[in-house]
Write a protein that binds this ligand. Structure first.
Ligand code: PLA
Length: 453
């Protein structure tokens, strides 16, 4: 063995020492990173700068951190013991710890140990069961074999594969996304070759749905355009249409031949019920029309890092669905060849076993309920402090996030003074909050609202 390389297991204390030395070294270099950054910003993309760095990549400018995942990067660097990460939508327990669902631990024991390549479209059982989960066990589209489902890399990968397929094979290249929406949507669709436009969704004045604006914008979209819809628990606003409003959206979209592309990243998280949270999607499938749906198991099964998801395309006939699937394979094969097996076999194990499935729904409901109780506690804490403004939207909005209405200066203030990390648009991940941390957050919001314009 090389004397410099840490050995695993037997010599773990010296490994630990080397790792902490490495961490100290990296921390040392990151403390000077802001100086480096400002230096880099003044370097222009010229051949001279390439020479001065003595690198063929000398012209590469530093990209800003991601608007959501960058919040975690900043949080990790903060040494404060009271720091709180409410940026990324990741579920935490009352103790502030990540949660591994009990049902996952059972499923791990039972799921397959096979490590062979999967087919390009992924695990067959997983695909079949995922379609059933979102469209319903009695879905006529499934019965008639009109659905093709391919396993993808979580919600993001499913959206990307769907977008690449549409850019190649669909006659309309424009996709309408809600304003606002999850920050990654614009990039995913643009890079896939679609042209992105927005439709009205949120009304800051009412902190609710701008339904009239939505109907007007979709009503004037060109016929055949693609429309991205959040199946439930709209991110970042926490505002969903009612079932009656969904029905109006459906009628309008079908009458204009607009193609629905559902992003379902939170099934079960909005209401605690898997079926209730899939109602919007099922309404569009029940009318016999076509649509796409991207599913993620990151949040509802807590499989964030396993990257498990599925893309389904509902077609008019089984024959079309078969041809669509053959083209999806041509999208996937040069992108990542075939998807990973581990997470999908865990999901399939849970979905096909009645007891495990029931256990999952109980744990899912408990997560959704804890988030709902955090909403009430935060609302009560702000009322108790007499924080100026109407905060009732905290209890009205649903899903993982509260779109607080705090502006970016107020967010910066909360991060600087209270070590609370959230995205600059004022979105708070309620799933990251606990009874213990609610008072700290309420103090921070109160101070931000009363001291920062
Ligand atoms: N679609 C929406 C609406 C999302 O909010 C997210 C995740 C995804 C898709 C993708 O999730 P997945 O690829 O992990 O399955 N949004 C998170 C995380 C939770 C993120 O930004 O990546 C968020 O904090 O907004």
């Amino acid at each position: 063995m090389h004397p410099q390389l840490p050995s695993l297991g037997a010599n773990s204390s010296s490994t630990d020492r080397r790792l902490s030395a490495l961490i100290r070294h990296l921390e040392g270099s990151s403390s000077s990173s802001s100086a480096m950054e400002s230096q880099n910003q003044t370097i222009s993309a010229s051949a001279t700068s390439a020479f001065s760095d003595n690198s063929v990549f000398g012209h590469v400018v530093r990209a800003p951190e991601d608007a959501i995942l960058g919040v975690t990067v900043a949080y990790n660097k903060d040494p404060s013991p009271v720091k709180l990460n409410l940026g990324v939508g990741a579920y935490r327990t009352e103790e502030g710890k990540p949660l591994v669902l009990t049902v996952l631990q059972f499923a791990l024991i039972c799921s397959s140990r096979v490590k062979e390549y999967l087919p390009i479209v992924g695990l067959a059982d997983f695909n079949k069961l995922s379609a059933k989960l979102i469209f319903g066990a009695d879905s006529p589209a499934i019965r008639e074999n009109r659905v093709t489902t391919v396993q993808c890399l979580s919600g993001t990968g499913s959206l990307r594969v769907g977008a690449e397929f549409l850019a190649k094979h669909y006659h309309q290249r424009t996709i309408y996304i809600p304003q606002p929406t999850w920050g990654n949507h614009v990039k995913i669709f643009t890079l896939a070759g679609l042209s992105v436009k927005t439709y009205s969704y949120y009304d800051p004045a009412t902190r609710g749905l701008n339904f009239q604006g939505l109907l007007e914008d979709l009503g004037s979209a060109p016929s055949g355009a693609i429309v991205l819809l959040h199946a439930c628990a709209h991110n970042p606003t926490g505002v969903d249409p009612t079932l009656q409003q969904w029905e109006q959206i459906r009628q309008l979209m079908r009458s204009k031949g607009l193609l629905p592309f559902f992003d379902s990243a939170y099934q079960g998280f909005a209401s605690g019920s898997l079926d209730a949270d899939a109602q919007s999607v099922r309404m569009f499938v029940a009318d016999g029309g076509e649509c796409l749906a991207a599913q993620s198991y990151a949040k509802n099964m807590g499989l964030y890092g396993e990257r498990v998801g599925a893309l389904s395309i509902v077609c008019k006939t089984a024959d079309v669905a078969g041809r669509v699937e053959s083209q999806l394979k041509l999208v996937i094969r040069p992108m990542y060849s075939n998807p990973p097996i581990h997470g999908a076999s865990i999901v399939a194990t849970i979905l096909k076993d009645r007891n495990m499935f029931n256990e999952w729904t109980i744990e899912l409901k408990a997560m959704a309920d804890r988030i709902i109780s955090m909403r009430q506690q935060l609302f009560d804490a702000l009322c108790a402090r007499g924080t100026p403004g109407d905060w009732s939207h905290i209890v009205k909005q649903i899903g993982m996030f509260t779109f607080t209405g705090l502006n970016s200066q107020q967010v910066t203030f909360m991060t600087k003074e209270y070590h609370i990390y959230l995205t600059s648009d004022g979105r708070i991940s309620m799933a990251g909050l606990s009874s213990k941390t609610v008072p700290h957050l309420a103090d921070a919001i109160h101070a931000a609202v009363t001291r920062v314009a």
